[in-house]
Write a protein that binds this ligand. Structure first.
Ligand code: SF4
Ligand code: SF4
Length: 173
């Protein structure tokens, strides 16, 4: 896919004030290691038909969702893949002293678990169309409906019994 992707950026500056106003931060030992169970890629905010088509493509895959972050007025788009890290075991990092920089920089004070209110999640193609109907460019919506939406709507996808812990966890919030 030739879509321009930024380097993974798992948390953003500018949330410190909101974090400071929060009364209690959930500690990593109390959460189910949301950050180690998800890979997050920041993408450009969609503008063109192609951008929206690419985001739909992501959403056609199980255990993938879009998160839109409101970072104190700065809107950022992320694609989240619900795939746990292979080095997470028993709720702990097996390579803690040698973990990647992005893991070292991730801050529980401003993480997705502790600041859920700044995220809007889009979890299915249907939700994507609904979001577009409310917020998207109407021209793109019309063209997307014409060229991407099957007549009568989407078929029911094959059932999938395995649900990741992270997906259950985020949905319950
Ligand atoms: S940084 Fe946040 S998401 Fe990650 S384990 Fe700690 S509390 Fe959970
Ligand atoms: S390397 Fe360790 S800290 Fe980083 S995602 Fe994997 S388990 Fe989590």
């Amino acid at each position: 896919m030739d879509k321009k992707q930024k380097k993974p950026r798992l948390h953003s500056p500018g949330t410190t004030a909101r974090a400071a106003s929060r009364s209690k931060t959930t500690h990593c030992f109390e959460c189910s290691q949301v950050c180690c169970r998800t890979t997050v890629i920041e993408v450009e905010a969609p503008r063109t038909l192609r951008d929206h088509s690419d985001l739909l493509f992501y959403l056609y895959h199980f255990d993938t969702e879009i998160a839109i972050a409101d970072n104190d007025g700065q809107i950022e788009w992320y694609v989240e893949f619900m795939s746990p890290c292979r080095f997470l075991s028993g709720g702990r990092c097996m390579i803690y002293d040698h973990r990647p920089k992005v893991c070292r920089e991730y801050d529980m004070e401003t993480c997705e678990y502790n600041l859920p209110e700044r995220f809007t999640y889009i979890r299915t193609p249907q939700e994507f169309f609904e979001h577009l109907a409310r917020h998207g460019p109407k021209g793109v919506l019309k063209r997307l409906e014409k060229t991407h939406l099957p007549p009568g709507g989407y078929p029911t996808p094959k059932s999938r019994t395995r649900r990741t812990r992270i997906n259950r966890h985020l949905k319950s919030r």
